[in-house]
Design a protein around this ligand. Structure first.
Ligand code: ADP
Ligand code: MG
Length: 252
């Protein structure tokens, strides 16, 4: 069984087809990259996979189950989490608190139990704190756990978002341009982190413009152009595909 199966997916914004006739599937435990020029529909695809946008047509199956009509929080609970092209970090919270937000999908205590501070809630909070701590540590952020997010540099905030997405213990992690704005050292660290996430058993769909990063770590690459699938294959096949070179990669 495929982890994710996308069939005849379509998204229209008025007269514009941001995604059309898109078909692909993703097997488990791989780094699957989606590349293509600005406006190709990459972020729209992520918004469809997480049901932030309703598709105009087609279907999305995750773990064999149709998820097209599920609300975003249920999709997250089933195991798809993401990071954003534009940072979505709470600047007035600490790093640890930001990551704890990602774990609350898994907390089961109700509001009344929380208000009464029943023992179940204290246990729950401990569990959430521990999950967040583990995610921070995995991303090498344990030393800044109690720093306010507002005091952290951009590269660290990008990593904090990854920690938050990991804290929810996903099966599939969607990363939207994680290397954008990072320097060379940070990009190398990111490359290493993405590989470790994959090795830990999580499948990754990576949207990224940094081609050396994509070609180095991906198992499979899909090229989108004007919302349509232009090509897919191994990094080697994509780098040598004349249509992809003409539309996007260029001769270099
Ligand atoms: N909410 C929206 N409303 C209208 N048009 C949108 C919306 N979101 C994206 N688009 C359009 O869809 C196309 C694909 O955008 P996007 O998915 O952001 O591309 P990419 O992430 O590949 O750069 C663009 O033409 C964009 O202007
Ligand atoms: Mg985008």
């Amino acid at each position: 069984m495929q982890l994710l199966e996308v069939r005849d997916l379509e998204k229209k914004f008025g007269g514009l087809k941001a995604i059309s006739d898109l078909n692909f599937s993703v097997t488990e435990r791989i780094i699957f990259s989606v590349i293509g020029p600005n406006g190709a529909g990459k972020t729209t695809l992520f918004n469809l996979l997480t049901n932030i946008y309703k598709p105009s047509g087609g279907s999305i199956r995750f773990l064999g189950r149709e998820i097209t009509s599920l609300p975003p929080y249920k999709i997250a609970k089933m195991g798809i989490t993401r990071t954003f092209q534009n940072l979505q970090v709470f600047l007035n919270m600490t790093a640890l608190e930001n990551v704890m937000v990602g774990c609350h999908l898994h907390s089961s205590s109700g509001l009344i139990a929380a208000a009464l501070r029943l023992p179940s809630v204290t246990r729950e909070e401990k569990k959430v704190r521990e999950m967040a701590r583990q995610a921070l540590e995995f991303c090498n952020l344990q030393d800044i756990a109690h720093m306010p997010a507002s005091a952290l540099p951009y590269g660290t905030l990008k990593r904090l978002e990854i920690a938050r997405a990991l804290a929810a213990k996903p099966r599939l992690l969607l990363m939207d341009e994680p290397a954008a704005g990072l320097n060379d050292t940070e990009t190398m660290e990111l490359c290493n982190l993405i590989s470790r996430i994959c090795e830990s058993g999580i499948t990754i769909i990576l949207v990224e413009h940094n081609m050396s990063l994509v070609m180095e770590i991906s198992h499979h690459v899909l090229v989108l152009n004007y919302g349509e699938l232009l090509a897919q294959g191994s990094p080697y096949e994509i780098q040598h595909n004349s249509e992809v070179i003409a539309a996007y990669l260029g001769e270099d």
